[in-house]
Ligand binder design. Structure first.
Ligand code: ATP
Ligand code: LTN
Length: 339
């Protein structure tokens, strides 16, 4: 079935988003993007660059524009196929902001106040605790519910937002009449949360001011190996999985597992009696080798701005068609006058 039809019983619908707040990290790739390409054959997929969400934190306009196109190029390079999936930019489908308002009016202050991302980002940017940051999850719920998405592939940090989407959908359905599907999270066990290389108790994040804390998708091999070599670990010198006691080594083992397919036991055996530096080098090489072909494709797409923009235009049209239909239903249900 083509992606621009409404969802049938045969294929479940997927929606996910990523903010163009900078170059994507290895955490974004492992926790989210890597799975997006894999899901395309079995699901009807919509993948969105969440530029409106990015505005909840101050952005330099020219950089935001550039990051948005780069994000599209990286998603194409990572295997999103526009012939199978709808790839679009959030602000190109105005219906998201229309539904956002309706859902804001159905989200409670207390619910929004409890969101850990709101608390974290308010602490990080105390000079800009804006209304958009507070109502961020209502816009995310709109992104999901406007397409009646069944599944939402994200990293673990987004679980609370997903739960709020379900609460709001449920409230709306009960108040008016069944309208929205209940979305489920699709969170893979491996790599749901890749940690910072500098502080392995914190999530790897593209907006971290310390460049050594993350691997960027376009870091070259030397940079990747250097960053892994510097990664904070512990002093006992044994490669062993223990997320609580050895978060740094365990994080590196997760990354190595993802790119080599070797399980934790096999990794422990492979590096028994060897120092951390051998292990770190092996992790760096595995990551650099896996990213090399994606980086090649990325450069190719980035050089073809016209093609990328055409993909996004086509995606926006297909997504708008689906979103506008839901929007007229919602406006009618809440009692807005239709003329
Ligand atoms: P920012 O630093 O700007 O807040 P971010 O790096 O946290 O951004 P998002 O755009 O918020 O990235 O997230 C995009 C997707 O990547 C989401 O599904 C999120 O759960 C996932 N993700 C982000 N960081 C990680 C990580 N460290 N491990 C696993 N998944 C992650
Ligand atoms: N909040 C998400 C990005 C995002 C998203 C979405 C994810 C915006 N809208 C809809 C899934 C579904 C984040 O990763 N920080």
């Amino acid at each position: 079935m083509s992606a621009n039809e409404t969802n049938t019983e045969a294929k479940k619908r997927i929606l996910s988003g990523i903010q163009p707040t900078g170059t994507f990290t290895l955490g974004n790739y492992i926790g989210a993007i890597r799975n997006w390409a894999k899901l395309q054959d079995d699901f009807e997929c919509l993948y969105m660059i969440a530029d409106l969400h990015a505005l909840t934190v101050r952005q330099v306009p020219a950089e935001l524009r550039a990051h948005t196109r780069e994000a599209a190029a990286m998603l194409l390079a990572a295997g999103i196929n526009p012939a199978e999936s709808i790839l679009f930019v959030q602000s190109h489908v105005p219906a998201h902001t229309q539904l956002n308002w309706i859902l804001c009016c159905n989200s409670q202050f207390g619910e929004l106040s409890r969101m850990t991302q709101f608390k974290d980002k308010s602490a990080k940017h105390p000079d800009n605790v804006n209304g958009g940051l507070f109502t961020y999850p209502a816009l995310m719920a709109a992104d999901i519910l406007i397409y009646n998405a069944d599944l939402v592939p994200v990293g673990q940090d987004q679980t609370q937002h997903l739960e709020l989407s379900r609460t709001v959908a449920n409230r709306f359905n009960n108040l008016y009449s069944p309208t929205f599907h209940m979305p489920e999270g699709y969170i893979t066990k491996e790599g749901a949360k890749i940690m910072s290389l500098v502080d392995p108790t914190k999530k790897m994040s593209k907006s971290d001011p310390n460049v050594n804390s993350f691997i960027l998708m376009n870091d070259d091999k030397d940079t990747i190996i250097r960053k892994f070599k510097r990664a904070v670990t512990d002093s006992d010198g044994i490669v062993r999985y223990d997320a609580a006691e050895k978060p740094g080594i365990s994080n590196l083992m997760c990354i190595y597992n993802i790119f080599t397919g070797k399980d934790m036991e096999a990794i422990e055996k492979e590096f028994a009696g060897k120092g951390y530096s051998d292990f770190k080098l092996a992790v760096g090489e595995a990551v650099a080798d896996a990213l090399a072909p994606i980086q090649g494709e990325y450069a190719r797409y980035l050089a073809d701005k016209k093609y990328v923009d055409e993909v996004l235009k086509d995606g926006a049209e297909k997504a708008s068609y689906l979103a506008n239909r839901m929007m007229s239903k919602v406006y009618k249900k809440v009692g807005l006058l239709q003329i």
